[in-house]
Design a protein around this ligand. Sequence first.
Ligand code: ADP
Length: 384
Amino acid sequence: MMGDPAGGDVLVLNVGSSSIKCVVFDAALHEVLRGEVAGIGHRAALRMGALRQPVTAPDHGAALSVVLDALEAQGVALTSLRVTGHRVVHGGPNLADPLLVTPEVRAEIDRCAPLAPLHNPHNLAAMEALAAQAPDLPQVACFDTGFHANCPEVAQRYALPPDCAEAGIRRYGFHGLSYAGIVTRLEALAGVLPERVLAFHLGNGASACAILRGRSVATTMGYSPTDGLTMGTRSGSIDPNAVLRLAGERGVEGARDLLNNRAGLAGLSGGISDMRALEESDASDAAFAIAHFTYWARRHGGSLIAAMQGLDAVVFTGGIGENSARIRAEILDGLGWAGVCYEADKNARNAPRLHGDGSAVTAWVLPAEEERVIARAALDLVQA
Ligand code: ADP
């Protein structure tokens, strides 16, 4: 048995548009097992521990059964679980803090489905399938928007008449579970949480957040995760009239596909969304895509520094943020005016602490820990 049935394991589920990721933690929040079914609906495959195999998963329900069977085969039975935590992409205007999943909470997540049509319905399906198989297993929903719920109204509202905001057209922000994890981890590493933190979550999706005294006051993603920084396949910020023209010329679906799946690094480079592949390429388009990525990270970073009226620490996380010394250097070099300095050898090693002793503005590389944040919140709720 891999887990700890006496204390009760925590299963964290991250249900995406075409994948289900799972992580099992023991009661002390040590990670015991991690797995994923990717390619749902189209050549699905399971990874769990050392196991790699093609599976039949035409839809999310089938994929969840594959995950649960594989967990059981590895010694983590549903009956050994204390609680399951779900990453829910969108909590809309009313759901921010982690919540025990009740029929009312499910109904509210369902009401948010138009805000995250590729995610929230799958989260709900997973909750319902689990409830059918294990009716006594508590489930907790954690919202990726929640960390930004208390941003000042000026940061949340678009300059539109009030009926638009009332209809839910406002900035929400995402990557909130990652930023919440950064606050916890940075406080532990630094001893005292720096007052004004500029955090970059740079993965396939990328955003930045101004964290003032541990709380989000501004972030680059908005109504949807397409706004803000240049991303793997998403455009980042673009003039609304350009979007209207694209929709007029290509249809709404054509524009949506372009802006979300064929823009960003992929759009600029001729199809390469993967930063490591771009860094390895000699093509001038690849170099331009990287330059665009780091230029806009610095530009948005400057705006977030203004929102906090200064800067005490910069943090990088996500696949690019944790692993690419070049990208971090290009962003940090452009923020020297804000007092940022770092040591090149530490940056080359992806060291957690990039700054030297006595640096007024500190710089850090921290792991993205959304699953641990969810597990901690789920345990806290069932223990309360
Ligand atoms: P997601 O947003 O899908 O969770 P990740 O956080 O895993 O994505 O980040 C994926 C990105 O990280 C890819 O662009 C990948 O190329 C990049 N990446 C991972 N390792 C490196 C590396 N050593 N150098 C540069 N980029 C890297």
